[in-house]
Design a protein around this ligand. Structure first.
Ligand SMILES: [Zn+2]
Length: 406
């Protein structure tokens, strides 16, 4: 069995070890040493990385009591080599992991919420609690967690067998097969107590700072995103810089930023309402002035909602078919709508529009809509108008009217 020295304090960063075996695998070379300082993945904590001689250790895992190191080049069995630990990665993982204990322990003590999931990624960590905690509860949890950090409480461990474990009350008992079970305490159990195989800080003060960045309802409970130590400081600094930049663009202070954003948002909503009312009034006027039974029009500044509005007004004012294009913000949207007595399918109309204007869209026989990728010219509108007049028999009617006038 590999001798495990990754729990030592202070952290051992270099170790001479003998290669016991080395096997080629899909992921590289699985190397077993007689002893190691590389923590294999466990308890939600990712594996350490480092080097062994000239090989890079990319990952590590545990199998049948041995620690397997995933190396990118082979190592000679029997040879001695120096294992070097990626200390920065280890300290970061240790810090996030210990912070997770503090949050989970206090969530249980304060609210009876149990940790039912923990995930540590390269750039974020999450805890899933089985009970929903609202913003106020999470703010209290964060305050208490940082108070526990400032008290610099000891992080200790005890080893026991299953029988001894069955006699104690702790927050969480994992399903461990071995009879050497490791129980981790923070503040002698005042903050947390649970079985765990991860690496931990030696006191809560080493965690430095615990920050709950976000939360959302999850499976009847809550998922919270948190960060600790350097990660938390970097996140808080990035947020402060972003808020400062935003406050400057609003010509206000960071404190006044929320009310400035709310004010602008209200103004925007009011302007949108006003614009909609004006577009409706304009659409009614255009529709009232339209004399064409087949109305094919292009309106500047009309978006997707506006072409819908105008097509409805045109049909309401007697048009048999309204094919309305709107050009706004560099895009051309269109909508085709027919009156109740018309039988030509708008789906077919849109196929013709798409073919002519490089458009994309579709719909039902009654109405269809889409957007054109190229520009829509006056000539295109005229040819679409002619096509619709042919389809509806309007061309024949126009010719007859002309002959009658003569
Ligand atoms: Zn742990």
């Amino acid at each position: 069995m590999t001798e495990r020295l990754y729990y030592e304090h202070p952290v051992i960063t270099e170790l001479s070890a003998r290669v016991v075996s080395c096997e080629k695998t899909d992921r590289g070379f699985a190397v077993v040493f007689d002893r190691t300082i590389i923590f294999p993945e466990g308890g939600g904590q990712p594996a350490d990385r480092g080097t062994a001689g000239k090989a890079n250790i990319l990952d590590a895992f545990e199998k049948d009591g041995e620690v397997y190191h995933v190396a990118d080049s082979p190592l000679e069995p029997g040879a001695e080599c120096v294992i070097k630990l990626d200390l920065e990665r280890r300290l970061d993982h240790t810090c996030q992991h210990t912070g997770e204990h503090i949050l989970s322990g206090l969530a249980y003590k304060l609210f009876g919420a149990r940790n039912v999931g923990f995930h540590m990624a390269e750039d974020y960590c999450t805890i899933d609690l089985d009970k929903f905690l609202d913003e106020d509860a999470l703010a209290l949890l964060e305050r208490e967690a940082n108070a526990a950090v400032r008290r610099d409480l000891p992080v200790t461990e005890a080893h026991m067998d299953h029988e001894a474990l069955s006699k104690i009350e702790i927050r969480k008992k994992s399903d461990v097969k071995s009879d050497d079970i490791r129980v981790v305490y923070i503040g002698g159990g005042d903050v947390d107590s649970c079985t765990c195989c991860g690496t931990h800080c030696f006191s809560s003060g080493e965690v430095g700072y615990i920050r709950i960045g976000d939360s959302q309802k999850y499976k009847g409970g809550v998922r919270l995103w948190f960060s600790c130590g350097g990660r938390a400081v970097n996140e808080a600094n990035a947020l402060t810089r972003a808020m400062t930049g935003l406050a400057r663009s609003y010509s206000t202070s960071r404190d006044e930023l929320p009310s400035a954003v709310r004010k602008q948002s209200d103004e925007l909503a009011s302007l949108k309402r006003e614009l909609k009312a004006r577009t409706l009034a304009l659409s009614k006027r255009i529709a009232a002035e339209n004399k064409e039974p087949i109305a094919v029009v292009m309106e500047e500044g009309f978006g997707a909602n506006d072409v819908k509005m105008l097509s409805e007004e045109l049909v309401a004012h007697g048009a048999r078919i309204a094919l309305v294009f709107g050009r706004a913000n560099g895009a051309v949207n269109y909508r085709a709508l027919r009156g109740e007595s018309e039988t030509v399918s708008m789906g077919e109309v849109v196929k013709a529009v798409n073919a002519l204007t490089c458009g994309k869209g579709g719909g039902s026989p009654v109405f269809a809509q889409g957007a054109s990728s190229g520009d829509v010219t006056e000539e295109m509108l005229l040819s679409l108008c002619k096509l619709l007049k042919d389809w509806t028999g309007e061309s024949r009617k126009e010719k007859n009217d002309e002959l009658l006038r003569l």
